[in-house]
Design a protein around this ligand. Structure first.
Ligand SMILES: COc1ccc(OC)c(-c2cc(C(C)=O)n3cccnc23)c1
Length: 121
């Protein structure tokens, strides 16, 4: 739109500031809130080469490391697919990851993102 200069990323980052808490709220048990530790997940760091969690995404967002919404979406999907790789289908972690992935896919569709732009606080 015309009121933001071409280099200005404020609207884009405000959109992520709005979306991230929506996704975190759905992780009611906070299984995705922090990095998974090998202590509770034997061999996790050997199996999962690129760990990801909401606290890491929040830090990257604060440091301005997301160049576009796709980079943010890629980390979100990586977090979910990691859980669906390490955990078997019968676990709550796998089931929750699958649910989060569906919610995320729905949130990131243009017909959901565009109306958000007007709701931004
Ligand atoms: C049971 O309480 C917690 C608390 C925090 C967790 O990860 C941040 C997890 C956790 C999160 C995960 C995931 C996301 O794979 N996980 C896998 C195996 C064992 N524990 C976990 C579980």
């Amino acid at each position: 739109n015309h009121d933001t200069p071409p280099g200005d990323r404020r609207p884009f980052l405000r959109l992520l500031d709005y979306i991230l808490p929506l996704l975190e709220k759905r992780d009611v048990n906070h299984f995705f809130a922090f990095p998974v530790s090998d202590k509770f997940a034997p061999g996790y760091s050997q199996i999962i080469k690129k760990p990801m969690d909401f606290s890491t995404m929040k830090a990257k967002l604060k440091r301005g490391e997301y160049g576009d919404i796709h980079a943010f979406q890629d980390d979100f999907e990586l977090m979910c697919t990691n859980a669906m790789t390490y955990n078997t289908q019968d676990t709550i972690y796998y089931k929750m990851a699958k649910k989060l992935l569906t919610i995320g896919k729905c949130l990131f569709t243009p017909d959901k993102l565009i109306p958000m732009r007007d709701q931004l606080p």
